[in-house]
Design a protein around this ligand. Structure first.
Ligand code: FES
Length: 562
């Protein structure tokens, strides 16, 4: 039966719609709802709290605040769980499960009777999964992020997950920090609920979601434990009721133009490389692509405005106090597509009519006085990466931007773990470390692209080297790390043909990444490539059969919009 609304929508199939409606309402009444309440527009609240997700610890409290907003605006809030992806609790890596969560979100939105949905997530893969699912489900949707953690202190030093985790770990590896000290630091890196305290993937995706127009304005950077976070949740609930009435689906908000706005913000905040993958996957759900050559064009004209770790000094709580995404959007205004609409119905132009009353310029610079003239990310192409690779320029050492060096190849994660600290490893500071077979099919594309500096060199004071892989890197990491090389090694990508001793050339100026080996020699190495075997069953098999390359966001081919 079409045209039914609220709780009467999408009835269970018993062959008698009136009976299905009657049964549903009587069962709903077992939860104590009155008839009047059941006649209200239903706002589903997709929650992703889990004992395996520290970042989402406050979702129950946020859900209550969303419910207040929904009830106050005349709707009926009904929460429902989906799977949750706690970044550090998943093996082999959370990205493998992002599409599973997206499918869960999509199917539960589509199968259950609701007129709009609030999506509550935050940890790295959860927000893209929720947006992907909601875009494909095609129902009005609004995102609420959980917000970032506050920083901790260790002997007076301010620490935040997880850039400082990596910094201390690197110092421990090089022998500067003792066993006792590293365990004491462990207690102070992640001290509240919320997502990582720096401009990692979670914070980047929160900023991009606001830039896309999928959240209420001003919500990306508010700390998880701040009272404003609950007021944002309440406003989100109220907005969802309005969205259910006007019926605007997220494909009217996530458009080619708003995706370009999001890319501008990604570049200006010095955001995570992972966001390029997630944006490509989100774009694919509305039939769009993120063209990496277009990314380079945008990067040439978008300055880095934000001084946040891992590329700068500050933390998300400072970004919030400094003016947050709103202040960045104001600086980028002349570059943005201002007619894009948000979930509130407001255009970006309308949002930006009033200038912020205060911006802390130590954290968010003006357009004319940026931290860096070029954007934080760029794509490289060449015979090593015909479909592209990503470099986080803002986190890299400029002295390595034009570099030629000898390849030191690790054939996979096990080989890397076994040999990187071998005192007999033949490696010099100007070598190029290559990790193979760590792409989406090869290994689930783990955040292993930030190869550790070999112990012998780390102890000698080497802080950065060119590192290349088909893996990803945590948004909280830094260094001259070239990632997402595509096609990946597991499907015959040329990175898999590199041998130790080959010369590799990187040119940021020319946007090139090449191995200086002739085509004939490379061709002769193809017969050595070993393709991974297909997992025998279950989700792992579906994943291996369906996952697309990094440039298409590692989505499943059958989930993209044709
Ligand atoms: Fe959840 Fe970093 S571990 S955002």
């Amino acid at each position: 039966m079409t045209g039914r609304k609220g709780l009467d929508a999408r009835l269970t199939h018993y062959g008698d719609p009136e009976f299905a409606r009657y049964l549903r309402r009587s069962f709903a009444k077992s939860m104590g709802y009155s008839s009047a309440m059941l006649d209200r527009p239903v706002v589903g609240i997709a929650t992703s709290a889990s004992g395996f997700n520290n970042c989402h610890r406050l979702i129950p409290e946020l859900t209550e605040a969303v419910k207040r907003g929904v009830l106050g605006a005349g709707g009926l809030p009904l929460e429902f769980p989906t799977i949750s992806l706690g970044e550090v609790f998943l093996s082999p890596t959370s990205l493998v499960f992002r599409n599973l969560m997206a499918m869960d979100v999509e199917e539960m939105i589509r199968a259950q009777p609701m007129s709009a949905v609030v999506l509550i997530g935050g940890c790295d893969k959860t927000v893209p999964a929720q947006l992907m699912g909601a875009l494909s489900a095609g129902l009005p949707a609004i995102q609420l992020v959980v917000g970032p953690m506050m920083t901790g202190r260790y002997l007076g030093e301010r620490l935040g997950a997880c850039t400082d985790c990596r910094r201390f770990w690197a110092r421990y590896r090089s022998g500067e920090v003792s066993e006792e000290e590293i365990s004491a630091v462990e207690d102070t890196l992640a001290v509240t609920a919320g997502t990582c305290a720096v401009m990692g993937t979670a914070s980047t995706m929160a900023c991009l979601t606001e830039a896309l127009g999928m959240t209420v304005p001003g919500s990306a950077a508010t700390p998880a434990v701040h009272a404003d976070r609950l007021r944002i949740a309440e406003a989100t609930g109220a907005e969802a009721v309005r969205l259910s009435a006007d019926g605007r689906t997220p494909d009217h908000i996530v458009t080619r133009e708003s995706i370009e706005n999001a890319i501008r913000v990604l570049l200006a905040v010095g955001g995570s490389t992972n966001a390029v993958i997630h944006l490509a996957a989100i774009a694919g759900r509305v039939g769009l692509t993120v063209d990496l050559r277009r990314l380079n064009e945008l990067s040439d004209s978008t300055p880095v405005l934000v001084d946040l770790k891992p590329t700068g000094q500050h933390y998300m709580e400072d970004f919030h106090a400094a003016g947050g995404v709103g202040a960045v959007l104001h600086e980028l205004r002349p570059l943005l597509n201002l007619q894009c609409q948000s979930v509130t119905g407001q255009t970006l132009d309308e949002r930006l009519r009033e200038r912020p009353m205060f911006v802390d310029r130590t954290v968010i610079r003006s357009f004319d006085d940026p931290f860096q003239r070029g954007g934080g990310l760029l794509a490289l192409f060449g015979n090593l990466a015909p479909n592209g690779a990503i470099l986080k320029r803002s986190a890299a050492d400029e002295r390595l931007f034009e570099h030629e060096g000898r390849a030191v190849v690790f054939t996979g994660l096990e080989d890397l773990a076994a040999r990187i600290d071998d005192p007999n490893l033949d490696v010099r500071p100007d070598d190029v470390l290559v990790l193979q077979n760590a792409g989406p099919i090869g290994a689930g594309m783990p955040e292993a692209g930030y190869l550790p500096i070999p112990a012998t060199l780390a102890r000698a004071g080497v802080k950065d080297m060119v590192r290349i892989s088909d893996a990803r890197m945590s948004g909280t990491a830094f260094g001259t790390v070239i990632l997402h090389v595509s096609p990946e090694c597991a499907i015959g990508g040329p990175l898999g043909l590199v041998r130790s001793g080959d010369r590799i050339r990187v040119s940021v100026k020319e946007r090139r990444l090449d191995v200086l080996v002739g085509d004939r020699e490379l061709g002769s190495r193809r017969s050595d490539v070993v393709r991974p075997t297909l997992p025998p069953r279950g989700y792992a098999r579906l994943y291996a059969q369906s996952v697309l390359g990094a440039e298409l966001g590692c989505d499943f081919g059958f989930l993209r919009k044709a």
